[in-house]
Design a protein around this ligand. Sequence first.
Ligand code: C2E
Ligand code: MG
Ligand code: MG
Ligand code: MG
Length: 283
Amino acid sequence: YSKEKSRNRFSVYHEDMDRETKEVLTIEMELRKAIERQELSIHYQPKVDVKRNKAAGAEALLRWNNQHFGEVPPSVFIPIAEETGLIIPIGEWVLHQVCRDLTTLDQYGFADFSIAVNVSAVQFSQDRFVESFRSILFEENMSARRIELELTESTVMPDARMAVQRLTQLKTSGFKLSIDDFGTGYSSFSYLKRFPIDYLKIDRSFIKMMDQYDEDSSIVEAIITMAHRLRLKVVAEGVENKRQLELLKKESCEIVQGYYYSKPVPLSAFIDFLFMEWPDESK
Ligand code: C2E
Ligand code: MG
Ligand code: MG
Ligand code: MG
């Protein structure tokens, strides 16, 4: 009802709106049809285990190629999907697709791989979120152990009590859990200790700082030390050069992700990446 009402209101005032508002509405209307028109796809970015010098999995990143707008970046359409609630069906579509792609990876011999899926606050705060994700895995005949859920601090911190409960349900169901973009949000360390999480992903802004000013690698070192004390594994995102990689290795960061290894790419290119010969970095 309220949706209907706001839609009418939009059409009434449409002509009076500034250009930006009109554009948002058009993106919203196009986004509503994105799934059925098969305009969504997923790109995969490798997560590299630095000790074994081997890909351990990937992060699934949503892509939208619209018939009118072309490629729309996630920074534009994800916030609109969140505001309109469209992120819920879209997020379910992502999980379905990731399960199918994991099955394809199995056929190539990568049965020990897991794939990370991003989860927005809007999805996480739904009462039926856990049930919805569990039932998709059941439908797709996929184990939750193959799925890692990435949640940001701003998703889990505002209602930490609820978050602990929900994260525990997810953990019990077998999902791996990580805190994404760590260091940019609330950073309430006391709660971090209570969350049943597996990984901390250091935000790429800190990784970027590492090769600019020397003292800024001390922040990264501090985060890694703290994470290890809490028995969490560390993922560094946005690694773009060898210098960053070497510093992270020295600090015993477990997993790295970034353009240095690969940009996010379609599944077929990700599979090519997995079969590529790697130089032995340990020598
Ligand atoms: P995120 O989860 O923090 O993803 C990391 C972003 O950093 C991705 O941007 C990735 O392409 C980019 N990136 C990775 N390595 C590098 C690097 O070395 N250098 C630089 N400069 N950037 C790098 P992308 O794909 O544009 O996604 C942006 C955000 O959109 C994601 O941030 C995530 O919050 C959101 N998002 C993407 N896909 C989904 C999805 O399926 N569901 C939800 N809820 N959110 C999603
Ligand atoms: Mg992420
Ligand atoms: Mg991130
Ligand atoms: Mg980010």
